[in-house]
Design a protein. Structure first.
Length: 299
């Protein structure tokens, strides 16, 4: 193993609240980058020296070495940055699929999202910008608000607002500059998700991929009756399993993302690299509130 990030879903799995619960004892981590140092005599799809990432969740990437079946891995190009490769398989894939699979978005269309400073949120901003889409990005108020706002705008965010701003009448002014969103992306739940719904255009879709607030979503009846909004969910692990026998779909998605990375249109989320020996520090930081830096274990 070369590097492996700590994602919220990794923490959820350890807490026992995730959809996948491995047999114990288990190794944490669902994502990361490895380099092949040896292959069995019958292996044809992977060779020594290849960069590889897990095809599915649950393999346990927070370790220095492991032995796996070739079917558990997918190769990635070695001409992209290590941190981009180590964080390629979950957040950017989630962002690309949500921007591609739920609404027929055209350049100039608007997407609204909460948790805009998360790994998924940062990928959504960059991929959307590359596709010519406008993004309205919601973050929690904090002491370094201007610094974070500037960083997200440098990535391509059209507009960055706080959760409090989302509830104010001034939101109407924002949608005089660009159309109301066809697509809302919810990684929080609770009141934040309900507020996203209020700003969707008629017939639009809200896709939920996370629930950081640990609160259910309340859907106003008026949104269903008068606006006919659609409420959907997305889990990248399910998508990968549904396309398990379609290598073209997975390779096509990774290829599209790597093309954006090479063009400088998609970078890894802001990361703090931590030696695996100091994993306890990285785990502690990953669970702190208002942290915009993804902790990455470096082997």
């Amino acid at each position: 193993m070369i590097a492996a990030p700590i994602n919220p879903s990794d923490i959820n799995m350890i807490q026992g609240t995730y959809a996948i619960l491995p047999d114990l004892p288990a190794v944490g981590g669902n994502e990361g980058l490895g380099q092949v140092i040896e292959v069995g005599s019958d292996v044809r799809t992977i060779k020594v020296g290849d960069w590889v990432i897990p095809r599915d969740a649950g393999l346990g990437t927070w370790r220095t070495a492991m032995v796996l079946s070739a079917d558990d891995l997918v190769t990635v190009p070695s001409d992209i940055p290590v941190l981009s490769a180590a964080t390629l398989g979950v957040n950017p894939c989630t962002a690309l699929r949500m921007l591609s699979d739920f609404e027929d978005l055209k350049p100039g269309d608007t997407v609204i999202q909460n948790a805009a400073n998360s790994g998924v949120g940062q990928a959504v901003i960059q991929i959307a910008a590359a596709k010519g889409l406008q993004t309205v990005n919601v973050i929690r108020d904090r002491t370094d608000l201007h610094k974070l706002t500037d960083r997200l705008k440098a990535m391509g965010a059209t507009c960055v607002i706080t959760e409090e701003m989302l509830r104010r009448p001034e939101m109407k002014e924002i949608f005089k500059s660009y159309p109301r969103p066809k697509l809302a992306l919810n990684g929080v739940g609770g009141k934040s998700a309900t507020e996203l719904l209020r700003h969707l255009q008629s017939g639009g879709t809200m896709v939920t991929y996370g629930g950081m607030a640990k609160q259910p979503i309340t859907v106003p009846i008026s949104a269903l009756i008068f606006k006919d909004v659609k409420i959907r969910g997305f889990w990248v692990t399910r998508w990968k399993r549904e396309h398990k026998h379609d290598d073209g779909a997975l390779q096509g998605m990774l290829g599209e993302l790597c093309t954006l990375i090479r063009a400088g249109q998609l970078s890894s989320p802001a990361c703090t690299q931590v030696a695996i020996q100091d994993f306890h520090k990285a785990l502690g930081s990953a669970m702190e509130p208002y942290i915009s830096m993804k902790q990455v274990l470096v082997m």
